[in-house]
Write a protein that binds this ligand. Sequence first.
Ligand code: DAH
Length: 343
Amino acid sequence: MENKIRQIKQSFEEDLRAALPTGRLADIRIKYLSRRQGMIPSLLQEFRGLPSEQKPAIGRSLNHLKQHIEEEIRKGENHARTADRFRPQEDFDITLPGVPPALGSIHPISQIQEILEGIFLEMGYSIEEGPEVETDFYNFEALHMPKDHPARDMQDTFYLPGGLLLRTHTSPVQIRTMKKQRPPLKIIAPGKAFRRDSDISHSPMFHQLEGLVVDEGITFGDLKGTLEHLCRAVFDEGTRVRLRPSYFPFVEPGAEYDISCLVCDGKGCRSCGSTGWLEMGGAGMVHPEVFRTVGLDPEKFSGFAFGLGIDRIAMLRYGIDDIRLFFENDIRFLRQIQDCGGY
Ligand code: DAH
């Protein structure tokens, strides 16, 4: 019986070696394991007739052999299955062109933001960031809007627990920057802002870009020149800029700036409500009180600040009349806007 076991083991090893490369192990399984004709079951049959003193030793080797055979066949079958998956099909034509992977594209708002950043980096500005969850101090107080200030009503604020809020503009980054760096300062701060407002031209989450320049001897003329350069670079060389007196608590004097209508070039049309001008944003000279809050001497330093709506620029540049389209993320819309021109 011991001999038989050894022989079967040997013949199994040979059969296995021959069968492995073909991946066909079914025959071996039948030959060794099948209940009716397999060699192992018939050995077990024989084993039952042995005198009981031989049984323990023989039983052990028989069990070993059975387990070994089962294990090897299982491994061989697994291997064959994996190999099968990667084996080229015979009817596979390797000369067929591949399926090109679908390419994504940069979101239109990010495209405009990158264009704007490029314009300012070229003028020597650096880029600053601030948190979207702000404190009352940075969003209002330090910008010269104390608790009872009526200008707070203009901003439909999302308040959060713990005295925090979602910043209603990117202007708090002015304060953060002036508190941590000394002039000369030349920064832009692009980012998200939030207000409780939603219609065709307002989204509760929108994008702004803040600009701030502080040094000795900065003038309103510097502000106007910067805005002109900016608008001509984003739109076209012929764009005109005008400043209208306006009020923002953190600048004095304050202004709103417009560009000549991109559609009618100032003649008056539906896009500009017959005025010939399109509103772009707010700007002004940094208020002395703001300088004092951050510990800068308003007698020594002066500066200008401006804000603009990135989404609004994107709408104008791409001729889109509903801001919400940018945030629905319909791939059919996004795919149409691939800005390769520009800056
Ligand atoms: N923060 C203002 C807003 O969101 C825009 C603004 C106005 C920014 C005047 C400025 C500025 O820097 O000087 O409505």
